[in-house]
Ligand binder design. Structure first.
Ligand code: FMN
Length: 359
C-alpha cells in the first residue's frame, strides 16, 4: 500500500493523495491578472493527478509583487480572472490553493528571463518596504522601514486577499512566510533590525507573521485548512534557524495553521546551503516532531520512491513538487504507476495510460 497515494485529511477536507503542486511564479501577468497561461499550466497539473494545485505567489498589494509580471489578488478583476482557473482545477479532481504573498524588500525585481536585480521606479518598478531599511543586496531595491500603521494595513491586505480568494473559489490559502519575502523578513534577525514591538526578541519578530496567520485563519471557513510556507533556515550564522522555526510553528499551530510547507533560504545572499536530493526534508521532519504540526516537504524531490519514503518514514505528511512537475505535469500518474497505486487516468487519456504497450 502506497502511503504517498493514500488520502490526507486536514480539518474536514480530504486530499486524494499527498502529491501537491508547489507554488511557481510564471511571470506572465500584466497588472497582476492571471491569464489563459495559468488556466492551461495549472489545469494541466490538475489533470496530471496532483491532489492539490497551488498558484504561484499571488500578491496582496501591487507593491508586493516580486516582478511587474507577478500575479495578484488585490482587486476584483483579478478575483474574477482566477474563477475559471479555480473551477477547472476543481472539475478535474484537485483542490485549488492560492499562495498569498508580499515580497517586501525583494519586490520590484526583474523576472528571471528579463534581467537581474531591481526594476527602477519609472521603468515599471516601484518603491519597496520592509521591516527595516536594509536592502537584500546592493543590486536590489533600497527598502523603506514600515510604520506601525503600515504593518496593521498589511495584515488587513492579507485578509482582503483571503476574502477575494474564497470568493474566487479557492479552498486552501497558503501564507507565504518563506524565501526572504516580507513575512520571513520580519522573522529573521538578518533583515529585521527594528527596535519597537515588531523587532528584537523572537517574540517580537514573530508578532507580524502571527498576526497575519491569525487574521487569515479567523476569516477562513473553520472546516477548511490554512497552510503556511516558511524558510526553516537562513543557512547563515546569526540568522533564522530550525529552533526558532519550531517555536514559530508551535505558535502558528496555536492560531490555527493546519500544515507547514517547509522550505529554506532566500534571505541572505551569502547563505551557505548544502543542496542535494531532499535537502530540506530533515527540516520538515524536525518541525513535524518539534511543533507537532503536519508538514509538507519540498526541494529536489524528483523520484516516486523518494517521495513515498518521505511520507512512509513520517518525515512529512505530503510532498510539494515544483520543477519535477514543470518537466512532467503527469508526474503523479507516472509515480502511481511506478508504485503500483491506483490512480485512474481521465477517460479522455485512458488509451495512453494503461501501460507501456498501450493495450
Ligand atoms: C519557476 C519557479 C517559480 C517559483 N515560484 C515560487 C513561488 O511563487 N512561491 C514559492 O513559495 N516558491 C516558489 N518557487 C520555489 C518552489 O515552490 C520550490 O520550493 C523549489 O523550486 C524547490 O522545489 P523543487 O526542487 O521541486 O523545484 C519557485 C520555483 C520555481 C522553479
Amino acid at each position: 500500500m502506497s502511503q504517498l497515494f493514500s488520502p490526507l485529511t486536514l480539518r474536514e477536507l480530504t486530499f486524494s493523495n499527498r502529491v501537491f503542486v508547489s507554488p511557481m511564479c510564471q511571470y506572465s501577468c500584466a497588472d497582476g491578472m492571471p491569464t489563459d497561461w495559468h488556466l492551461v499550466h495549472l489545469g494541466s497539473r490538475a489533470i496530471g493527478g496532483a491532489a492539490l494545485v497551488m498558484t504561484e505567489a499571488a500578491s496582496v498589494t501591487p507593491e508586493g509583487r516580486i516582478s511587474p509580471e507577478d500575479a495578484g489578488i488585490w482587486n476584483d478583476a483579478q478575483m474574477n480572472a482566477w474563477k475559471p482557473i479555480v473551477a477547472f482545477i476543481k472539475a478535474h479532481g484537485a483542490v485549488p490553493s492560492i499562495q498569498l504573498a508580499h515580497a517586501g524588500r525583494k519586490a520590484s525585481t526583474f523576472a528571471p528571463w528579463r534581467g537581474q536585480g531591481k526594476v527602477d521606479e519609472g521603468k515599471g518598478g516601484w518603491p519597496v518596504v520592509g521591516p527595516s531599511d536594509t536592502a537584500f543586496s546592493p543590486t536590489y531595491p533600497q527598502p523603506r522601514e514600515m510604520s506601525k500603521a503600515e504593518i496593521k494595513a498589511m495584515v488587513d491586505a492579507f485578509v482582503a486577499a483571503a476574502k477575494r480568494s474564497l470568493e474566487a473559489g479557492f479552498v486552501v490559502p497558503e501564507i507565504h512566510g518563506a524565501h526572504g519575502y516580507l513575512i520571513h523578513e520580519f522573522l529573521s534577525p538578518l533583515s529585521n533590525l527594528r527596535t519597537d514591538e515588531y523587532g528584537g526578541s523572537l517574540e517580537n519578530r514573530m508578532r507580524f507573521p502571527l498576526e497575519v496567520c491569525a487574521a487569515v485563519r479567523e476569516f477562513w471557513p473553520k472546516h477548511l485548512p490554512v497552510f503556511l510556507r516558511i524558510s526553516a533556515s537562513d543557512w547563515k550564522e546569526g540568522g533564522w534557524d530550525v529552533e526558532q522555526s519550531i517555536e514559530f510553528c508551535k505558535r502558528a499551530k496555536t492560531v490555527g495553521i493546519d500544515l507547514v510547507d517547509v522550505s529554506s533560504g532566500g534571505n541572505a545572499v551569502d547563505a551557505k546551503m548544502t543542496i542535494r536530493p531532499g535537502y530540506q526534508v530533515p527540516f520538515a521532519r524536525a518541525i513535524r516532531a518539534g511543533a507537532n504540526v503536519p508538514t509538507g516537504a519540498v526541494g529536489l524531490i524528483t523520484e516516486p520512491v523518494q517521495a513515498e519514503q518521505i511520507v512512509a518514514d513520517g518525515d512529512a505528511d505530503c510532498v510539494f513538487l515544483a520543477r519535477a512537475l514543470l518537466r512532467d505535469p503527469y508526474w503523479p500518474r507516472h509515480a502511481a504507476q511506478a508504485l503500483g497505486a491506483p490512480l485512474e487516468w481521465p477517460d479522455q487519456y485512458k488509451r495512453a495510460g494503461v501501460g507501456a504497450f498501450g493495450k
